[in-house]
Design a protein around this ligand. Structure first.
Ligand SMILES: *[C@@H]1O[C@H](CO)[C@@H](O)[C@H](O)[C@H]1NC(C)=O
Ligand SMILES: *[C@@H]1O[C@H](CO)[C@@H](O)[C@H](O)[C@H]1NC(C)=O
Length: 348
């Protein structure tokens, strides 16, 4: 049965979710309940890095908006408690931006700005001609920190209509797009060389680095109507479909059926890619009938087929059955949740 849902059921924050594929919303609901029962304690997620907790807060808020519920609306109030000093003084300019995005979705613009302003101290034009440094060591310009700045700048403009954010989005995009960050296969590598040459460093093409950039492109399109932002996004997604997929499913380079070498961070990446693809499609009104929308739903199907252990519990292996190499952790559960929420936001 096809269920068409109005897009106006949101409680707070901007509307991001369009469709409603009920079977995926149901899978997300169970995955979320299990994530919370096993890994959420004392108002936070003690077993994973705080930036992943910010991402989970994002997935859960998106689930609420799909389900027309407010089950998880209070998590943002406690999830960063005891981590705030680390976040605000740690000099990790990607981490603070995941937090900013989670606050924006919750409708808390003041807190979102607090964390965005911290990231903005990493903006620099003296090294590699522009962009943000990854950390307070100020020696590395990488993809994720800059992609997040595109997303946070675009999202802040979307919410506040303050033109400084649109200017930031355009400026960083211009630098990012002219940088050597993107490899010849169309996928973004980890970052630029530290030797002053600012060449592509050839390091891993993580799945999430092909996703977060899409949100920036979605906002760029929304506010400039520049079709090249759409073309660019399709070419990034086509590169994902060509090079980061095994047996139809996303596979992180560290994923293995017999011996995974992924750390906590890396286990969470695939869920982020799928969620940000869905965000792009929603921002540009392409979340119905495109092959990318079908790809998102296929990822959720693969998770249900291969990553599932006991009902509602998920590993990092989306592409093949586990042969004792799977990782079963808060980040693997959160990534599966991300895939289900993204699929639930598509039309079916
Ligand atoms: C990115 O740069 C390329 C040239 O290298 C250009 O063709 C393309 O239009 C740019 N994309 C956007 C969205 O500005
Ligand atoms: C999606 O597209 C199909 C075919 O064009 C159409 O029948 C359906 O109503 C659309 N769904 C939504 C939610 O727009």
């Amino acid at each position: 049965m096809k269920v068409i849902l109005s897009t106006t059921l949101l409680l707070s924050g901007p509307v991001l979710v369009h469709g409603l594929c009920q079977k995926y919303v149901d899978a997300a609901t169970t995955a979320a309940e299990n994530l919370q029962s096993a890994y959420f304690s004392g108002g936070t997620y003690p077993s994973q890095p705080v930036w992943i907790s910010a991402v989970d807060t994002w997935h859960l808020q998106r689930l609420d908006s799909l389900a027309g519920a407010s089950t998880y609306s209070g998590i943002i109030d406690t999830v960063f408690t005891d981590y705030e000093t680390q976040l605000q003084t740690g000099g990790s300019y990607d981490d603070v931006q995941w937090v900013s995005i989670a606050y924006l979705l919750a409708g808390n613009v003041d807190m979102a700005k607090t964390y965005y302003d911290i990231a903005s101290t990493a903006v620099d034009s003296s090294y590699c001609g522009g962009g943000l440094f990854w950390s307070s060591a100020r020696d590395y310009k990488n993809a994720i920190t800059n992609e997040l700045y595109l997303a946070t700048s675009g999202y802040l403009y979307d919410v506040t209509q303050d033109t400084q954010y649109l200017t930031n989005l355009k400026n960083i995009w211009e630098w990012f797009n002219a940088s050597a960050m993107r490899g010849s296969n169309g996928l973004y590598n980890d970052g630029l060389t530290k030797d002053g040459l600012c060449a592509n460093n050839g390091q891993t093409q993580w799945t999430y680095n092909q996703g977060v950039v899409l949100a920036g492109l979605g906002f760029l399109y929304k506010y400039t109507q520049d079709e090249s932002a759409i073309t660019m996004a399709w070419s990034i997604m086509d590169a994902v479909l060509a090079d980061l997929v095994d047996n139809g499913a996303l596979r992180e380079s560290c994923d293995s059926t017999t011996s995974s070498t992924c750390d906590n961070d890396q286990v969470s990446f695939k869920g982020i890619l799928v969620e940000y693809m869905a965000w792009f499609l929603s921002l540009t009104g392409r979340d119905n009938g495109t092959k990318y929308s079908d790809f998102i739903k296929l990822q959720a199907d693969k998770v249900l087929q291969y990553a599932v252990g006991s009902a509602g519990w998920y590993s990092n292996l989306w592409y093949d059955p586990d042969a004792n190499g799977a990782v079963w952790t808060a980040p693997s559960q959160g990534a599966a949740l991300g895939a289900f929420v993204a699929a639930g936001a598509q039309s079916c």
